[in-house]
Design a protein around this ligand. Structure first.
Ligand SMILES: *Cc1c(COP(=O)(O)O)cnc(C)c1O
Length: 473
């Protein structure tokens, strides 16, 4: 492709994205495609001759769009918000345009140094002390894996440099809530702890980890000759945004010398509001923390923020280049390839920079407050009707509900079918998208609020549809 064609097509594609965003609200939120539908639109063999990029726009419209679920739709209430702001789209274009690999300072000093700058901005924005240093990861899943690897290596005295998992020492144990994200389980398994040594602690009525059970689990493991190693606290569980009692967990971690990782992937964004910071009281006593600006904040995927207090330990675990450590110690430059698993890294710092230049911290705070108010409004509607139940406290932007018609009360199987059917009707209608999910054996409807474009009227429409489908069903 020559430059003139790139310029022409580039403008066309930006126009296309803009038109898409403008008509987003008119599209069915959840893709109605059936398995194989999209695959069948494409030839089985690659294009033999090029020069056909001009055809792509039409094919995008006709064959790709039907297979898209519109995560930035104002009536997207499924999973979690995945806000990809205009500003971050532009930053992604610039990052791709520059096409740099920022694995070390030398490979593009600006990629490293702008990352230092924006991660320090983010640290300040969520009220963390200067004892924390941040690095951008692709996802919370890999950040949590890194954290548990660091936990393993601290407890084992850097066993990876000798016998690793084969050293024959007593097994190390990891603790987390039974409401923790699946990435915690995955990280513990991939880090080699073994399922037998992962304790998912039962939670209380508000779905926070039970401290009495956590303590007794640690003590019985100690009595059995095992080595309690790490605890992962969830600040905002995936199911209900429950808050584990971080301050108490931190005290326990200190007493038993446990590594403490905090998973605030979604809820971390709320800490931009000073009035929400009580939710993670105790954070300064933890070792590592992950939060995802690529969820509710507005920075498009991928941008996960991993904060650590002991940078040297992280580098000692993640770097395979001992000579490099000397540069790290002098503190002059950072080589971020030694701060996580991949070597290569995109220039993702641009996204947070552009985003903040566009909305400012105050603009972001206003939007988060709007979402919190919308969630409280929705909760208040649910409370006005006897047949609707709240399944969990509404701490942030997630509202967990179910419909309980009088004749079905107490019949969990019937309630499950009934609520699944409501979710199916909502989602098939294309007007909104919610997630049916099971909380401790009980079927619920999860309404996760916080797309950039979601206003009160979208929630009013959803509430109307929920009532209509629940009474028709
Ligand atoms: C979304 C989420 C994750 C996983 O995030 P990825 O960045 O997709 O790996 C982990 N924990 C919690 C609490 C989450 O909400």
């Amino acid at each position: 492709m020559d430059s003139a064609t790139f310029r022409l097509l580039g403008h066309q594609f930006v126009d296309w994205i803009t038109d898409y965003r403008q008509r987003l609200e008119t599209l069915p939120v959840m893709s109605q495609a059936k398995p194989g539908d999209i695959r069948a639109c494409f030839p089985k063999t690659p294009p033999a001759v090029g020069g056909r990029l001009k055809e792509v726009l039409a094919v995008l419209e006709k064959d790709v769009m039907p297979g898209i679920t519109h995560w930035n739709h104002p009536s997207f209430f499924a999973y979690f918000p995945s806000n990809t702001s205009y500003a971050s789209i532009l930053a992604d274009i610039v990052a791709s345009g520059l096409g740099v690999q920022g694995m070390s300072w030398q490979t593009s000093p600006a990629a490293t140094e702008l990352e230092e700058v924006v991660m320090d901005w983010l640290r300040q924005m969520v009220g963390l002390s200067a004892a924390w240093t941040g690095v951008i990861h692709d996802s919370a899943s890999t950040a949590t894996l890194c954290s548990l690897l660091c936990a393993r290596e601290r407890a084992s005295g850097y066993s990876q440099n000798s016998k690793g998992l084969q050293s024959g020492e007593a097994p190390l144990v990891v603790y987390a809530s039974d409401q923790g994200h699946s990435s915690i389980e995955k990280a513990a398994l991939l880090a080699g702890f073994g399922r037998n040594y992962l304790r998912l602690i039962v939670t209380d009525d508000v779905h926070a980890v039970r401290m009495d059970l956590l303590k007794s689990a640690i003590e019985s493991d100690l009595a059995a000759g095992l080595r309690p190693c790490a605890v992962v606290a969830a600040i905002g569980t995936t199911g209900t945004t429950a808050l584990d009692p971080l301050k108490d967990i931190a005290e326990l971690a200190k007493k038993y010398h446990l590594w403490l990782h905090v998973d605030a992937a979604l809820a971390g964004t709320a800490m931009v509001l000073p009035e929400c910071r009580w939710m993670w009281e105790g954070i300064e006593a933890s070792d590592t923390l992950v939060l995802n600006p690529h969820k509710w904040m507005g920075v498009g995927f991928d941008f996960s923020a991993y904060f650590v207090r002991d940078v040297q330990h992280l580098i000692r675990v993640m770097s395979t280049n001992p000579s490099y450590l000397r540069t790290a110690h002098d503190g002059e430059v950072k080589n971020f390839r030694d701060w996580h698993i991949p070597l290569g890294r995109r220039f993702r710092a641009l996204k947070l920079w552009f985003f903040l230049m566009d909305v400012g911290v105050e603009g972001l705070q206003e939007r988060i407050r709007r979402d919190l108010r919308n969630a409280q409004w929705f909760k208040a509607q649910v409370e006005t009707l006897k047949e609707w139940e709240l399944m969990a406290p509404v701490t942030l932007q997630t509202v967990c509900i179910r419909h309980v018609p009088e004749p079905m009360r107490g019949d969990e199987a019937a309630l499950m079918r009934h609520n699944l059917e409501i979710a199916r009707q909502i989602n098939d209608s294309g007007k909104a998208y919610i997630t049916p999910s099971v909380l401790k054996g009980r079927q619920m409807l999860r309404v996760s609020i916080g797309a950039e474009t979601t206003e009160r009227r979208h929630l009013e429409a959803l509430w109307g549809d929920l009532q209509r489908f629940s009474s028709e069903e």
